[in-house]
Design a protein around this ligand. Structure first.
Ligand code: UD1
Length: 422
């Protein structure tokens, strides 16, 4: 198995290009199932999660081609052959459940495996099921699979979600595009990836309003047509690399970055003593003066501080002056990076959903293990700031969500290499 060797090497300077958003692409790809006509995505990220979604769509009979070195994904769901998303693929990636809404809407039936346990918590699908049932679907759990059908077709309804789940919002919105009548989804998630999905669905002929607010209204149409859509910038990759100069010093410009994608995160950086300014091509990040200051963080649905940047922010807080409290409110069990950071000399105490981090002056390089996608990159950030060498193993987690991480960080002066394993 490959590992990544990072050697602390001082300030970072230069530019890092930010890719298209993994989480947007993973909901835009299943949108192809809604139409017989082709859907083409540009600015797609080159990631193993995208390959997993490609395999899933192909298993349903969709044609999926990767063009221009993977940056363009051309899809056609003209002649689908199956409405079953198999456990073998779904277990690899929870986002596989995003085929449920589109398959049900187009074919009146779908069988989708439950994703099963996941390293960062139980992550059930009850909110997806409740929303689709409100649209008239009948859903049963049998042998680990959700069997969904809507014999007379889906019908628009008013539905309020108990929690603003990102995936459930995406599934319900996609399903409602082909339902009869109007759907009003209340307490919908407001993430930029949902706005991106709605913009693409609108290009396909869907009638939707209110995206980005907590009430989304969808007027069902008979059919959707083909479209070409550019995937929005990855705000989590953006936030991750914004932390590189924050933790190492120097000044880095994140190409393609936009403040609107990371407002609450940038406000926390500002409070910690890191300046974030908009440039013509993106965002520029630098420490204002010496050591960063401790700040408290609570993770929340968008526009709050993203859970997907909590691990990386913790790496920064490990070297801050003072004590910070990080509260994780979206997922249980999302502090698995904490014991690994402690191996590097960090001072962290975890109690339930709260981590208390007292900054140390320097972290020390150590062999550490990636436990999930965002944890893996937090260890790389910590390694960049540490004295000596850090080896991060189990980097397949990293390949799920960060393209060319070595090349991008080398480009700003980091000492980082991928070591090939057996
Ligand atoms: C998406 C993102 C993920 C991010 C998360 C929260 C994708 C592919 N993934 O995941 O990177 O961390 O949003 O911003 O876009 N829940 C239920 N019942 C449900 C659905 C969810 O209880 O039916 C719970 C989950 O267990 C979790 C919380 O709600 O504790 C948030 O989940 P959700 O917003 O659905 O996240 P995902 O769409 O899975």
């Amino acid at each position: 198995m490959d590992s990544i060797l990072v050697t602390g090497n001082g300030p970072l300077n230069g530019q890092i290009p930010i890719a298209g958003a993994k989480n947007a692409c993973l909901t835009l790809m299943p949108a192809t199932l809604l139409s017989e006509e082709p859907l083409t995505l540009t600015n797609a990220p080159r990631l193993s999660d995208i390959k997993t979604m490609t395999a899933l769509l192909r298993s349903l009979g969709a044609e999926v081609s990767s063009l221009q070195d993977g940056q363009v994904i051309a899809m056609s769901s003209h002649s689908l052959t199956s409405q079953t998303a198999d456990y073998d693929i779904v277990r690899k990636m929870r986002a596989s459940n995003l085929v449920l809404g589109p398959l049900l809407a187009r074919f009146g039936q779908a069988v989708v495996s439950l994703p099963g346990g996941c390293a960062i918590g139980a992550r059930p699908m009850d909110l997806h099921v409740e929303g689709l049932e409100a649209l008239g679907a009948e859903i049963e759990l049998k042998d680990g699979y959700l069997h969904a059908k809507a014999p007379g077709g889906l019908k628009g309804a008013v539905h309020e979600m108990r929690f603003a789940s990102v995936g459930a919002t995406e599934n319900i919105v996609m399903a409602a595009t082909l339902a009869k009548g109007t759907t009003v989804l209340k307490n919908a998630a407001r993430e930029p990836e949902i706005v991106d999905l709605v913009e693409c669905l609108r290009k396909m002929g869907a009638q939707i309003s209110g995206e980005g607010s907590s009430t989304i209204e969808i007027q069902g149409v008979d059919r959707l047509h083909g479209a070409t859509h550019q995937v929005v910038t990855d705000r989590i990759e953006l936030g991750t690399y914004m932390l590189a100069p924050a933790i190492c010093g120097g000044e880095v410009e994140l190409l393609g970055g936009r403040m609107a994608l990371v407002e609450s995160f940038a406000a926390k950086l500002d409070a910690a003593g890191v300046s974030v300014t908009e440039t013509q091509n993106g965002l520029k990040v630098a420490r204002k003066n010496g050591r960063v200051q401790a700040v408290d963080v609570v993770t929340e649905p968008f526009p709050g501080f993203p859970t997907d940047l909590q691990a990386q922010m913790m790496a920064l807080m490990c070297t801050a002056e003072g004590t910070s409290v990080l509260e994780e409110r979206i997922f249980e069990n999302r502090f698995m990076h904490a014991p690994e950071l402690v191996r590097m000399g960090a001072n962290i105490e975890v109690h339930g959903g709260t981590a208390t981090v007292t900054g140390v002056e320097t972290l020390k390089g150590a062999p550490v293990m990636a436990t999930d996608l965002r944890a893996s990159v937090s260890l790389i950030l910590a390694g960049l700031a540490a004295e000596g060498e850090t080896t991060v193993s189990r980097v397949y987690h990293l390949d799920r969500g960060y393209e060319h991480v070595v090349r991008k960080l080398e480009g700003v002066g980091a000492k980082i290499e991928r070591i090939k394993g057996e």
